[in-house]
Design a protein around this ligand. Structure first.
Ligand SMILES: *Cc1c(COP(=O)(O)O)cnc(C)c1O
Length: 288
């Protein structure tokens, strides 16, 4: 937002539900409630009549793969309903199987009014994005006298739409969602934890289905981070890229999002390489 200013006015931000990094001594439950309470506080500060919608990802993706505490979304949903604020789920990353359901909203028990989607819609093979709206909004648009004038040059492009449809048919016929939910997703999460949780650099591992985030810390017991002049994420990321592993860094968090058709053997290879790269990172840190 800093780089892109001036941005669209009238948008407010609240704190992220990042328990490991910002929860301090609070239990995940207390922290989840406190983060959701921040939404109610802001709605009241701005005035409920001035708030159209709340938008968030079910699981924060490019922000570091942050899974909110289990009670967070229930509470957010309750607050949105209480003040008649629409709930918009950004499913660009979570959608199409990533968390083990068609949509992350299903995995987390969210009933959004609006869903934005892109990446997984075509598995990235052609550029296509879409917005799904629930009956409440659709009916309001239908009751509108006038045409709803909103579009893009390439809206509904038939080639991209055909690729997305073929992608969805394949995901259905190959049972890819089931594979993520009950087989490879749990295996991926378990192997990551079994192999990496005890590593001296790893403070915390979180994730769902085939997305995971690994917090790199200087001190596991206090969750203390490295100082900014040690760009720990970048050091680790460079070792990964030099050793045949695509593991990106978001600040000091390492993020993974492998293909939904990854095999057990490939998961084993992935975690072995990740451990090796963490070891190389540790060596760099110890060498100063
Ligand atoms: C990539 C991404 C976007 C951007 O999607 P566009 O289709 O490029 O606008 C939005 N939200 C999330 C969560 C993303 O990962």
């Amino acid at each position: 937002h800093k780089q892109g200013a001036p941005t669209l006015p009238g948008i407010e931000h609240i704190r992220q539900p990042y328990w490991y990094g910002e929860g301090g001594d609070q239990s995940p439950e207390d922290f989840g409630l406190a983060c959701a309470q921040a939404l109610e506080d802001r709605i009241l500060a701005v005035g409920p009549d001035n708030v159209a919608a709340f938008i968030a990802e079910p699981v924060q993706g490019a922000g570091g793969v942050i899974v909110p505490p289990a009670n967070y979304w229930t509470e957010i949903q309750r607050i949105c309903r209480k003040y008649d604020v629409l709930l918009a789920a950004d499913e660009v990353i979570c959608g199409f199987g990533r968390t083990g359901s068609w949509f992350g909203s299903q995995t987390l028990g969210i009933e959004p009014d609006i869903i934005s989607m892109a990446k997984g819609l075509s598995s990235g093979y052609l550029p296509i994005a879409a917005v799904a709206i629930g009956d409440r909004i659709a009916n309001a648009l239908l009751e509108w006298d006038d045409e709803y004038a909103h579009g893009f040059t390439y809206s509904g492009h038939p080639v991209a739409a055909a690729v997305a449809a073929a992608n969805i048919r394949l995901m259905q016929s190959e049972n890819i969602i089931d594979y993520v939910a009950s087989d490879i997703g749990p295996y991926f999460q378990k192997q990551l934890r079994d192999t990496l949780a005890n590593h001296p650099l790893v403070g915390h591992i979180e994730g769902l289905g085939l997305m995971a985030g690994i917090a790199l810390v200087k001190d596991k017991s206090t969750r203390a981070l490295f100082s900014d002049d040690v760009n720990i994420g970048l050091i680790c990321r460079n070792h990964c890229f030099n050793n045949g592993l695509i593991m990106r860094a978001v600040g000091s968090r390492m993020v993974l999002s492998p293909p939904l058709i990854i095999t057990h053997e490939q998961v084993d290879e992935l975690v072995t390489k990740a451990k090796h790269c963490l070891d190389l990172t540790m060596k760099d840190v110890n060498a100063g």
